[in-house]
Ligand binder design. Structure first.
Ligand code: 5GP
Ligand code: MN
Length: 319
């Protein structure tokens, strides 16, 4: 028998009543859009749905319908017939304890997914988990409402970097077409997500870009957000979201690494690249992960040392 995870997920959902939905810690647009689209669709079927996440949604998503439905908690309690875990390579990515007690439906597009669920649908060729959620909703026979359509669109828009990244297919646009037809409003959504910035963020951008460094004959850029810079600019870590993409707008630059100091000698590293430069492999070398063109990891130690280790690995990845 050829396994058909989509049909298995459809049947598992139709046979159950009480669902808890989650995604990864520090949720991004795909995590939030996928969860809310799924929640709204299941409610159309009369199901009971709760969303439990480790961290709250970032500010640019606050205007989304249903955003206040997201409960923020380090643990999940309660009686549920299934947990739908999206965007997570393994259960620990949720950052929430207790999901292992439930019947887990795992839906993800990150390379290296560990197949941790009772049902696993993993498709690394997808541009966004939201595309897969759209397919689930279609398989369930739920008619797209404006709220469902808006959340799927948010997932696809953000995870493709505004239709910039790899894995965009005709199906991606077909899904966006269907969402727009059902009431998603591209301009309103794009303005809310991309043109909703703060003065702190503008100042932070100036300071970080001023200190940008280059390696690999100018093909790799390195940016740092130290605790001192946060203090000097009065900005928050969230204010640096999206900043990493700016150096990539330069033709010659193939890869960017952004060091964020979370606490003294603890750096979260975000990486972005173009084309064949594989930053997922760089992240893997330090115990992190992600996708070929967008990945992350953590490193510990003084900045100079952490930077040298990452520079060595990243310049090797330049093609
Ligand atoms: P970001 O730079 O936006 O935090 O992450 C980029 C991509 O890499 C996302 O798909 C994210 O899920 C993944 N990622 C970031 N940090 C980690 C990590 O520490 N471990 C794993 N497995 N993936 C990560
Ligand atoms: Mn995603």
């Amino acid at each position: 028998m050829i396994a058909n995870p989509l049909a298995e997920i459809r049947d598992a959902i139709l046979q159950r009543q009480r669902f808890v939905i989650t995604s990864h810690a520090r949720p991004d647009g795909d995590a939030i859009g996928s969860q809310l689209a799924m929640a709204y669709a299941l409610r159309e079927l009369g199901k009971d749905v709760q969303i439990v996440d480790k961290d709250p949604p970032p500010p640019q998503f606050q205007s989304l319908p249903g955003i206040r439905d997201i409960q923020v908690s380090p643990t999940v309690h309660g009686q549920f017939d299934a947990a739908i875990v999206m965007e997570c390579g393994d259960l620990s990515r949720t950052g929430v304890d207790g999901f292992d007690r439930y019947f887990v439906i795992n839906i993800d597009h990150h390379p290296g997914n560990r197949n941790f669920g009772a049902i696993n649908w993993f498709d690394p060729a997808r541009a966004a988990c939201g595309e897969m959620v759209f397919d689930v909703i279609e398989a369930l026979g739920v008619t797209l409402t404006p709220d469902i359509a808006t959340h799927v669109y948010v997932a696809v828009l953000t995870d493709t970097g505004g239709f910039h990244f790899s894995h965009i297919t005709p199906r991606t646009f077909e899904i966006c077409r269907r969402c727009t037809e059902a009431g998603a409003q591209p301009e309103t959504i794009a303005r809310a997500i991309y043109d909703n910035s703060t003065m702190g963020r503008l100042r932070l951008m100036g300071a970080v870009l001023h200190d940008l460094e280059f390696e690999g004959n100018g093909r790799a850029a390195f940016a740092a957000l130290t605790l001192k810079l946060l203090q000097d600019t009065g900005a928050t870590h969230e204010d640096s979201d999206g900043l990493i993409n700016i150096p990539l707008s330069v033709k010659e630059i193939q890869a960017v690494a952004f060091f964020k100091e979370i606490e003294p000698e603890h750096f979260r590293i975000s990486m972005r690249s173009k084309g064949d430069v594989d930053v997922n492999r760089v992240a893997n070398a330090f115990g992190g992960g992600g996708h070929k063109n967008a990945a992350g990891c953590s490193l510990y130690g003084p900045y100079a040392e952490v930077r040298r280790r990452l520079v060595d690995e990243l310049t090797r990845a330049l093609v």
